[in-house]
Design a binder for this molecule. Structure first.
Ligand code: PLP
Length: 388
């Protein structure tokens, strides 16, 4: 038995995934297969490092140590063949806060900011809450997976005078690991239209062979001039609660603009637990990650087989990376409200409603498979019974 098979009790721990749904849906036996948070314990190296910090008993202000920078630099080089220097790394409590800072730093009120449709919901939320004009560019489904529609993107960029594009690389919710060719075409398009790029690469380590993650800065040497890369150890190693992420920014002007906005509200100071967790994960979590990816790949294969056999009407988008499945329930012809109600009331399972990812997500749901196989199987069986 793998340690990932262990069903950990997360109820009554103030877990967003497990404890918020009882309040939302007024039921306390729902199975949560929604928010991108895994039901697995983090790598032992992380637990050990946090325990020894807790043990020494003093929790004062903390520097970004050279050992932390080294852990990040080595991880990026080894896992992504990406060279980043200490002076080009900034920190933030999260990738979403960094997206908000980027919007404020690189655009002005009323400017157009483009995102794909569907995409991780906080992209749209950050654009709108910062009073920028949201431009959603629809992804196309081709051969069962998402592809970028460059013709439409270019037309929208020109028409709306788009100043910034927020890229989800790899893509949540579709699990696409964008190829070098696609990213080159995207970067060339943005360069041509003087559109800056924020590349959210938080899912960069969750990739299934033979796919390979491409860091946006690595596609072409000129791309670092007009883009920044955001990433974190928190998604890879299930550390979302300790709040820490990195910004890779090589262009000095972009760096100055970004740090100026962060400095206005001291957003560049990070919880010490986040710094310790990140360093320990990158230094000691690689074997754990290999085992995790193997487990997730098996859960993915199981999900595909189960759904094809038991719910053939549901169209699935097998993920190339991430631990998220994008499921098309349109064959059932239900409204989004009815679809979610059926999931809650009849299946007893919580998934993310696809409509929250953009208009293109209507009649879809996002399933999180990062849980013990027995939990996943229970959830899928409950869904199959409700929809058969
Ligand atoms: C694409 C993407 N970006 C950012 C985040 C969240 O990042 P953070 O918790 O660092 O704000 C998530 C979480 O699911 C995500 O999927």
């Amino acid at each position: 038995m793998s340690s990932f098979d262990q069903r950990n009790e997360r109820r009554h721990t103030n877990s967003v995934k497990w404890d918020s749904i009882a309040t939302t849906y007024h039921k306390d036996d729902l199975l949560p297969l929604w928010v991108a948070d895994m039901d697995f314990t983090a790598p032992p190296s992380v637990k050990q490092a946090l325990l020894s910090y807790v043990e020494q008993g003093i929790y004062g202000y903390t520097l970004f140590g050279d050992d932390l920078y080294a852990a990040i630099i080595n991880w990026q080089k080894k896992r992504h063949n990406y060279d980043i220097k200490k002076e080009d790394i900034l920190f933030s409590p999260g990738v979403v806060p960094s997206i908000a800072v980027s919007i404020e730093a690189f655009t002005s009120k009323g400017d157009s900011v483009m995102i794909h449709d569907p995409v991780y919901p906080p992209f749209a939320q950050m654009v709108e809450e910062n009073k920028r004009k949201l431009v959603r560019s629809p992804l196309k489904v081709v051969n069962g997976h998402f592809e970028m529609d460059f013709t439409t993107m270019e037309a929208q960029m020109i028409k709306e005078d788009v100043k910034l594009f927020i890229l989800c690389n790899p893509h949540n919710p579709g699990g696409r690991v964008w190829s070098k060719t696609e990213l080159k075409q995207l970067g060339d398009l943005c360069k041509k239209h003087h559109c800056l790029v924020v590349s959210d690469e938080i899912h960069q380590d969750l990739i299934f062979a033979p796919y390979q993650h491409e860091t946006f800065h690595n596609i072409d040497p000129s791309f670092a001039d007009f883009s920044i890369v955001l990433t974190a150890a928190t998604k890879t190693f299930n550390l979302a609660g300790i709040k820490n992420s990195m910004i890779f920014v090589k262009n000095p002007e972009l760096k100055a603009a970004f740090t100026a906005v962060q400095a206005k509200s001291e957003q560049d100071t990070i919880n010490t637990f986040g710094l310790i967790g990140t360093k320990a994960a990158y230094e000691g979590g690689e074997i754990w990650l290999t085992e995790l990816l193997d487990y997730l790949q098996k859960n993915s294969a199981f999900t595909i087989e189960f759904l094809q056999k038991n719910l053939p009407q549901v169209k699935i988008m097998p993920p190339e990376g991430t631990y998220l499945f994008w499921l098309d329930f349109s064959a059932y012809n239900l409204t989004d409200t009815a679809l979610n109600k059926k999931m809650i009331d009849e299946a007893g399972v919580v998934l993310n409603g696809g409509f929250t990812f953009g208009p293109n997500g209507k009649q879809h749901m996002r399933l999180n498979i990062a849980c013990p196989k027995s939990t996943l199987q229970q959830g899928l069986e409950q869904i199959a019974r409700a929809f058969k």
